[in-house]
Design a protein around this ligand. Structure first.
Ligand code: FMN
Length: 197
């Protein structure tokens, strides 16, 4: 587990729960340093075609939204910064409004076939696309067909990997197509042979 993750997630109430349940608590050692994304995290994030984005509203209610795009639409700008283009959507702007009140966000990234998951904590800034063409230019290659209205830039504070337990492997349509391609070829070949008999 990363240092900063322990510091952020293991609050006094969490530690008290651990103490009550197991007779000991995993004491964090705060050192003020943020976690930096390493090669494994950067590669994992760059390959994702979706993630879940958690934010908190002014009343303290948590909120989660699914984000999706072409693989790499969540850009790793550097070891402490992530960014993605916010496309024209349902016009609710719940996450955008939440972030205006409280910049703290949590990202939850899944790789179902590999049964891996990564949690990332950070502080988000929402930039108006019209005022920041440099960001639009940078993120556009992985954006969808809708116009980019905003850009989310996330200063990463902490991350943590979870174990693969209880993750059911699931495959996207593209992944299934890739896996069955040799089988389809083989079927086509056998059909050709049958037709020649
Ligand atoms: C036409 C249309 C296209 C959308 N395209 C995407 C998309 O490519 N990726 C995505 O994550 N959400 C997409 N959405 C969802 C919205 O952008 C959604 O408003 C956005 O995730 C903001 O959600 P929030 O208000 O819950 O924060 C789309 C919605 C609509 C109506």
């Amino acid at each position: 587990m990363t240092h900063k993750y322990l510091e952020l997630a293991f609050t006094p109430a969490v530690l008290a729960a651990q103490q009550r349940a197991y007779g000991r608590a995993a004491k964090p050692h705060p050192d003020g340093e943020r976690d930096e994304l390493g090669a494994a995290e950067r590669e994992f994030i760059a390959a994702r075609d979706s993630f879940y984005l958690g934010s908190v509203n002014a009343d303290g209610w948590p909120y989660i939204q699914h984000r999706g795009g072409a693989p790499g639409f969540l850009h790793v700008v550097d070891e402490r910064t992530l960014a993605f283009a916010d496309l024209r959507g349902n016009r609710q702007l719940v996450t955008t409004g939440n972030v205006a009140d409280n910049a703290r966000v949590a990202l939850f990234l899944m790789d179902y076939p590999q049964r891996a998951r990564l949690k990332v904590w950070g502080e988000a800034r929402v930039l108006d696309a019209a005022a920041h063409p440099e960001w639009v230019e940078r993120l556009a290659p992985n954006a969808g067909r809708s116009p980019i209205e905003r850009v989310f830039v996330i200063d990463v504070h902490a991350f943590d990997w979870n174990c693969p337990q209880h993750i059911t492997p699931r495959y996207s349509e593209a992944e299934v197509r890739e896996v069955i391609a040799p089988l389809r070829e083989r079927i086509a070949e056998l059909e050709r042979q049958l037709a020649q008999r």
